[in-house]
Unconditional design. Sequence first.
Length: 219
Amino acid sequence: MMDMRALLATCLVLAATSPADAGNNEVTVGSFTRALRSPSANALTEDSLDGGSFGYARRLPLEVAPRLELWGAATMLFGYADGTTFQTLSTELEVQQYTVGARARYALHRRVVGNARLDLGTARAAVDLRDTEGHSASDSGWGAITTGSLGLELLAIAHRRFSLGFRLDLGYVVASGIELTAKSAGGEEDTLELDRMESSLGHLELGGRFFSFTVLSSF
């Protein structure tokens, strides 16, 4: 009888300190804000880059340490920012980002999980400039991107086959410069004069600190 009680107590302790086994798959949807602090980005906008994200992750079959899990993840992100440059031109910045990476998750409690993540991928930046007369110029390009973050997960539902909660991440994005040259949207009659365009938008860098809020579901 004493052995059964000891076994029951051990199971209860493990249940309280282990992450809920909610399967090997995870889907996420979230929002983020990224501070743009490079001179090239500040030439376009004083705002942060805001947007949303979608992701899928799968638990890797690796035994690293008790309460520690490794997950492979793929994420698609999109963001927008508006601003003014040369005091007369309105700017629109659109970013699409695609990354793959790994996340380490450590169970602090049955409903609380700490994590660290590293992603590598590519990002597309599109810039559109317009003057007060409706003339426009635009360009787009691709660059490499690296993202690292630390986060905390809080699970509202933590069952064996299903979990639902949210994740808070704080991290930093390192991005290569994307070379951009503004091109007029029309012909010679629709020319937008930008004397200093090449010096301002030669290489657009979109790195910076970010914060994200993500809803996650595991099954």
